[in-house]
Design a protein around this ligand. Sequence first.
Ligand SMILES: [Zn+2]
Ligand SMILES: [Zn+2]
Length: 794
Amino acid sequence: MRGYNVMFPQGWDCHGLPTEVKVEETHGITKNDVSRDVFRQMCHDLTIQNIEKMRATMRRCGFSIDWSNEYVTMLPEYYRKTQISFLRMLKSGDIYQSEHPVNFCTRCETAIAFAEVTYDDRTTLLNFFDFDGVEIATSRPELLAACVAVAVHPDDERYAGTAGKTLKVPLFGYSVPVITDGAVDPEFGSGAVMICTFGDKQDVHWWKQHQLDLRKAINTSGRMTSIAGPYEGLTTKECRERILADMKEQGILNRQENLEQRVGACWRCKTPIEILSERQWFVKIHNEGIIKAAKEIKWMPDHMYSRLENWASQMEWDWCISRQRVFATPIPVWFCDGCGATVLPDETDLPVDPTAVTPKNACPVCGGTSFTGEKDVLDTWMDSSISVLNVTGWDGGDIPERFPAQIRPQGHDIIRTWAFYTILRSLALTGSKPWDEILVNGMVLGEDGFKMSKSRGNIIPPEDILKDYGADAFRQWSAIGAATGSDIVFSWNDVVAGSRFQTKLWNIARFVLMQAGDSGDFTEDSVTVLADKWLMCRLSATVAEVTGAMESYQFDRAIRGIREFSRDIFADNYIELVKGRLYEDEGPARDSALYTLRAALATICRMFAPITPFFSEECFSYLNEGSVHAAGWPDLSFVDMDAARNGALLVEVVSEVRRFKHDNGMALNAPLGQVVVYANEGIEDAGDASRALNAKVSWTTEKPHLEQVVSDVNFSMGIIGPALRNKARGFMDAVRALPEADLRNGVSHVTVDGEEVAVPEGAFEPVYVYRVAGATVDVLTLKEGVIVTVLRIA
Ligand SMILES: [Zn+2]
Ligand SMILES: [Zn+2]
């Protein structure tokens, strides 16, 4: 609508653990129960089904997606590019293979990245036991077989002189060295710490720093290995129970205390992660470059940038990209069975599944012809982190002209992953930031304010809303529900309000079309009457406000601007004001209103089109100006300061007199006599006020000559009754008979039946009326000293 040729692609990020877990659940299997091909096919089929459902919902919702640029990451044409990007980064040294401790989910049986670890608080037991004469406290006794050292603080006098000595590991009997390290907390437990490979990140740190042995006690399925001796084959939980029981039996378990702990778990299945050292593939993380590129990107809202920065600056380990799973892009690598060399395919031969095919040529190192394909597959973020390269046309060749893209829309929940990895990969593959701007949206919460989840039962499928209220009311809720970037609570009330607003706007449109449907030939020059000029000014101001809101992605402000103008200004004020002119007048004054009505409706439709595409298109179609979505964004600058000011006064006068009618129990169309507006400027309203109020309205710059007279007396019976008893009636007659000056000023006594009676405090009040030229009028006081006198018809 603003003249740009926009490509809004739709992609489907398919690969990954959630799909595999769902397939395992649905079919009641694990990935090892069927062949890789069969399992992959099951995942593929489930994904296709889900894409079809989501695609239908998105179309129904009216998303303006360019479906010709749809991409599906599990299809060969896409993952070929993922494999090219892998080979490029492998050759440039940004990807390497190494045995290094990684986060590992033993239920999913795969390594995972830090971004996939979620943290939960839990209470566990801290066990104090005798470790060859030194007391050790640990929450993970099952890791005893993985103990490689005992560490104490260098200044801890309790352990002075123990550094360099060895201690025998209880139950297992092998010896480990005692080392000192400033990072040991002497206050925790006994001040002596058992270092295992690996209990946590700190163990990894110590293990590297002190070049300790590696003892793998837990395998990738979460069972104890042979170094656990008699505990081999047990799960970690079973092993912990057995070891504690054995310690008790040997009398070395001193005591147990509760311990509050933060535990890392697999984001998908919530199993506590282990840190296992296995051969994995890694992407190098260059934190500083990523932060520098992130700063060159415009973040909306801008505070979202700090989430990226915080994450990037705390990354200590490289990104582990290999997964021991099935449904993902294969890592395009073979290993020579003869010499162990890594053998790569030609880019022209991609995509390849190295577990299904062999290299075309013999091993370049030893000439061997027997190879083993890499079984590990890639983290799904390796696919989606090149989505921007894919949509801008990258194919491994030159950097596309359209790169970087203008904008990335995404949720705040994937700043650490999609945004972070995309910046990383774009820098590695092109040397440039991936986009100019990133627009970060919040998450939709259930009506109860909590994240939607099956267990809470607060999920509302979009199809339910679409069925009852249609896409546009649904879209109005999402636009108005929260500021951009904030989480948005789902609200049926907001959807209903959206639907009602459409009904209101439809009624307005029908009125406008009935009156002005054929008046498309008029130009802005037809606007000659005050009320019309005023409306055009307000319409211009609304266009400016809505345009500004849209440009800064403040959709809630945009929709509020549209609603207020349509409902409060256009319908409630303007249309009520000009109805009479439309019905009674002919000629230029009527044409002025016709042009204005039509212009306002067309402009509302255009502004509303991005939010309510179906409704706006339907409304706009009756104006015979083509599709609203092909029409330009309104560009209106109707400026008339006098009309803006005087029109506002006209509207205020009409609404105040209407309020006066209502307050006095009169029908809104009830006739009045003369209404005089005493204002600072003379106003020519072409008779709009007279027709709207069913009165003869005149405007004057003269000062009103108002005469205040006492017309009646209000008595307070609650005071008079008890004070005067049987004299009350006579008292009231006497008061009514007083001269006007006494009624205004008050008197201390009145004469009742020849007797002086004191007037009780607050017994009566005079009632005043105003007169102009002898006629009694009602007086309304408006803003800025404007006075309106109303003559009622008897
Ligand atoms: Zn898991
Ligand atoms: Zn070889």
